[in-house]
Ligand binder design. Structure first.
Ligand code: SF4
Length: 74
């Protein structure tokens, strides 16, 4: 399973709540989130990101899961 996380910069209002819930999110100097993609492999970090997505008042954090299938040769 592959997990992708995206921040919608149009929806985001820079409330900064997300950074309280996830160590994968820092805030820039204007209070807008910066996502550390390199941390996404850690399940604990992903749990925090899901909480951050639920807490975001603007729905600006999109956590998507994709089940990857191996394609065998015939
Ligand atoms: S909580 Fe949502 S609206 Fe607020 S800074 Fe984070 S992503 Fe943006």
């Amino acid at each position: 399973m592959r997990v992708s996380v995206a921040l919608d910069p149009i929806a985001c209002d820079g409330h900064g709540l997300c950074a309280l819930w996830s160590e994968a999110i820092d805030l820039d100097e204007w209070g807008f989130p910066v996502l550390h993609q390199d941390l996404l492999a850690d399940p604990r970090v992903l749990r925090g990101l899901r909480r951050a997505a639920r807490a975001c008042p603007r729905g600006a954090i999109i956590v998507g899961e994709q089940v990857s299938e191996e394609v065998g040769s015939r």
